[in-house]
Design a protein around this ligand. Structure first.
Ligand SMILES: [Zn+2]
Length: 336
């Protein structure tokens, strides 16, 4: 297999940050998500790039009546109740016109109609698999709802991004969550980077946690952990649900550190080039709301990356794929 370029976007609007920020506290970013989607589709068309929109199930509802009808009976019972978005449902608007922070059916249809991209799931309610109090049965009910709400739009859910990346691909304790995914027809998920500073358990407290944070920030600009690219067909030989691990979070443009922005883009381009030359996968991800402020600067960076993709595609046959597109290719490679 040649190298592949995968982009997954955690499409969530306020449902991805409800436990950290109110709409007002993050308004510019959130209110521009629709425009970000427009520009992502336009730029991807121009450079032949395929995107995977890992979408929160709540966003599919046409209105509140429909959303309430789709809710699973068995909801997550987190010990810290703030992690549940369900109490927020009382306060949201009736539909997308009234409340574009909590509904996105028009955006989902726009992506679907474009035809080049994938719509996967980011769970129904932004479910936290590593938080205390939730159960795998509740996760099962959540994924069932996510699959069900997409069906009338003729969208088959076949890939998943776990909220806050709460999945440890190789830990036995997380296997039941992947089994649930498999049961519902999900073929792949985005695992964490292989480098140790990314690969720690999400909810545990670590001595040195701040050191990891600093190292991650440094790694954005200079090479601390290598390219984090993968031979996905070797990685998944024994897996039922394929792990397509992250290579890099594309951080939002930073005005404070703007002198470092060229380094950030260069770091991504170098890892992509490594993947292309060694027939590996480079998996880039971010949230559309990350691009909501300073949109022009963010898209300028993205265009530089897409131009590099185009060159690598011509020189090395490096190919853009959706998560499911790549999963299908991996599966085929095992049948040869
Ligand atoms: Zn999220």
């Amino acid at each position: 297999m040649n190298g592949h370029f995968v982009i997954s976007l955690d499409y969530e609007i306020h449902w991805g940050v409800f436990d950290k920020k109110t709409v007002d506290e993050y308004k510019v970013n959130l209110e521009n998500v629709g425009k970000v989607i427009d520009r992502l589709l336009e730029m991807s068309d121009k450079y032949g790039v395929k995107l995977t929109f890992s979408t929160v199930g709540f966003l599919f509802a046409e209105n509140k009546t429909e959303l309430l009808k789709q809710l699973p009976e068995d909801k997550p019972t987190y010990l810290i109740e703030n992690f549940s978005p369900y109490p927020l449902l009382d306060a949201i608007g009736e539909n997308e016109d009234e409340d574009p922070f909590h509904y996105a059916l028009s955006g989902i249809k726009q992506i679907k109609n474009n035809g080049n991209h994938e719509i996967g799931t980011h769970t129904f309610c932004h479910f936290y698999c590593h938080e205390h109090g939730q159960t795998v049965e509740q996760f099962d009910a959540d994924i069932e709802a996510a699959v069900r709400i997409a069906k009338p739009l003729d969208i088959a859910i076949e890939s998943i991004v776990f909220p806050r990346n709460m999945i440890d691909a190789n830990k036995a304790i997380d296997q039941p969550y992947l089994d649930v995914c498999y049961k519902h027809g999900i073929k792949s998920f985005r695992g964490k980077e292989k480098a140790y500073i990314y690969n720690i358990h999400t909810t545990k407290f670590y001595h040195g946690w701040y050191l990891f944070k600093i190292l991650r920030l440094l790694d954005t600009y200079i090479n601390v952990t290598g390219s984090n690219t993968y031979k996905v067909e070797e990685l998944n030989r024994n897996n039922k649900v394929y792990n397509l691990p992250s290579s890099r979070l594309m951080r939002a443009y930073s005005s404070k550190l703007k002198f470092l922005e060229p380094l950030k883009v260069r770091r991504i381009k170098k890892a992509m080039t490594h993947a292309a030359k060694h027939n590996e996968m480079f998996h880039l991800w971010w949230h559309p709301h990350n691009f909501g402020a300073q949109m022009d600067e963010n898209f300028k960076n993205l265009e530089a990356i897409f131009k590099t993709y185009k060159k690598l595609n011509e020189s090395y046959g490096f190919q853009s794929e959706t998560m499911t597109g790549l999963s299908n290719k991996i599966k085929l490679s095992y049948q040869k």
